[in-house]
Design a protein around this ligand. Structure first.
Ligand code: U5P
Length: 228
């Protein structure tokens, strides 16, 4: 089985910008345990987090256009992925830059691929959906809240967690401006990919990291299924 895990940048960075060492350690330990007990393969797509937004905001103030700013976000997400690769394999990071690169790395025998973004105009969630589609895998979106709520739970305390939600409903909920660093958890491009390929998607709270691997093992975890 092949699973794609999108790790939201908020899981990796404290609000002030430092990396969450404990989280990264815990994630990699759980990942090793999962690999030891299964023959699964995992593609970990890492978001850009606070650092990406810092660089993007600086670039925007300097007059850089949105499509170019996206490249800064992509570079930061790849650096995040490279850091995890280095810690996991203790060898120089091989980070795919295209979907074909992902296939090549898996074909070369890697059981875990770490990657960031691919091209401007999308979020790492779209990247993760494209990877899942291309590999006929399932997708887990690990974020800092328990799943998809009826409204932004950080702003609206009355928002409730949804057990399942359709792509069409998400389209209505996430129709927002698409600018660098602000694609949000679910962007429209990712919904298009999920819908056309019927990728199985589960959104959950990625902290503690054991949640992700319990879901991969088929155990019941709080979260939201997205129905194509
Ligand atoms: N980004 C892209 N293309 C990708 C992935 C990411 O342009 O395939 C850029 C966006 O500007 C995004 C930022 O907001 O990198 C960080 O990714 P994310 O954490 O927002 O998903």
């Amino acid at each position: 089985a092949l699973a794609v895990v999108k790790l939201g940048g908020s899981l990796l960075f404290e609000d002030e910008g430092s990396l969450k060492e404990g989280y990264v350690r815990g994630f990699l330990r759980e990942l090793r345990e999962y690999l030891a007990e299964s023959n699964g393969r995992v593609v970990v797509v890492v978001g850009g987090g606070r650092y990406a937004r810092n660089y993007i905001q600086l670039g925007r103030r300097l007059g850089v256009n949105e499509g170019v700013l996206d490249y800064l976000g992509i570079l930061v997400s790849r650096l995040n992925a490279a850091t995890m690769y280095a810690a996991f394999y203790n060898s120089p990071p091989l980070i795919p830059e295209t979907l074909l690169d992902v296939h090549k790395l898996l074909a070369s025998g890697l059981r875990v691929v770490f990657m960031g973004g691919l091209q401007p105009g999308q979020s790492t969630t779209t990247t993760a959906a494209l990877v899942a589609e291309s590999l006929n895998g399932s997708l887990i979106i690990a974020t800092d809240v328990e799943g998809i709520y009826t409204d932004d739970p950080k702003r609206n305390p009355a928002a409730t967690l949804m057990e399942r939600v359709s792509v069409e409903e998400l389209r209505r909920m996430f129709q927002r401006e698409q600018v660098a660093g602000e694609y949000r958890m679910i962007d429209v491009l990712s919904l298009n990919v999920i819908q056309r390929s019927k990728v199985k998607v589960f959104v959950l709270k990625g902290d503690p990291p054991g949640n992700i691997f319990r879901a991969l093992r088929g155990e019941r975890v709080a979260g939201t299924f997205i129905e194509a």
